[in-house]
Design a protein around this ligand. Structure first.
Ligand code: HEC
Length: 201
């Protein structure tokens, strides 16, 4: 075995199958990384567990649930009325409100159009332009439909004031009112077993 001079005093005295080892230092960058992880662990422990400044996973979960309950109502108070009943809803007929409502309907944040069609003709969700409704067609009933959603059918609650403010919701239902009887192409057929006739005025 060939050993360079400067390796001789680094040579450790164990040997296995003719393989011997030099007592090299760890690379500096590796050591700093190691010290950094120790420092990080200390800070982490203090921040989350000792001083309790940061939220640990249980606290984070509790905070998210509390926020969701504030937005969508607590599952335990299943009045189902959410907050739509607290406002007296009215359809607006001015062009500006309707245009704004259409913008909300078509927005990628709300995605109404993906289920109810670009023109309200219906797709996954029911046709919003015919005179048949599953959940009523008064301004308050439409506001309630949007607010509570129908999660078991795939429509999420849009929680009044949370994702859609009351003003925006007024514009949104006004837009829906404005497309009544427009007879868009490819209308989704009426669900005769469930829908009943109701016309928005
Ligand atoms: C993921 C699909 C989906 C999205 C997104 C969605 N909906 Fe719906 N929506 C549905 C389904 C499905 C129903 C029917 C619920 C049922 O069968 O009881 C429905 C029902 C409704 C109703 C009641 C219709 C009736 O006949 O009484 C209204 C109003 C409505 N949606 C408006 C909206 C608006 C406004 C938005 C956007 C803010 C929206 N929906 C987003 C799927 C969706």
């Amino acid at each position: 075995m060939q050993i360079l001079d400067d390796e001789r005093d680094k040579l450790l005295d164990h040997e296995y199958d003719g393989i011997r080892e030099l007592d090299n230092h760890m690379p500096v960058w590796w050591l700093w990384l190691f010290y950094f992880t120790i420092g990080f662990a200390v800070v982490y422990l203090l921040y989350y567990n000792v001083l309790g400044i940061g939220q640990n996973q249980h606290e984070e979960y509790a905070a998210e649930v509390a926020m969701a309950e504030q937005m969508y109502g607590s599952p335990s108070d299943d009045s189902g009325e959410a907050t739509a009943a607290a406002v007296s809803w009215e359809f607006q007929t001015d062009a500006e409100s309707i245009a704004r409502g259409k913008e909300i309907y078509m927005s990628t944040g709300n995605l109404c159009f993906t289920c109810h069609g670009n023109n309200g003709e219906g797709l996954v969700g029911p046709n919003l332009t015919d005179g048949y409704w599953l959940h009523g067609c008064s301004a308050e009933e439409l506001a309630t439909s949007v607010t509570t959603g129908y999660p078991e059918k795939g429509m999420m609650p849009y929680g009044s004031g949370a994702r859609i403010s009351d003003d925006d919701l007024t514009d949104l239902i006004s837009f829906i009112a404005s497309i009544q009887g427009t007879e868009p192409a490819n209308p989704k057929p009426v669900d005769e077993a469930r829908a009943s006739e109701c016309s928005i005025k």
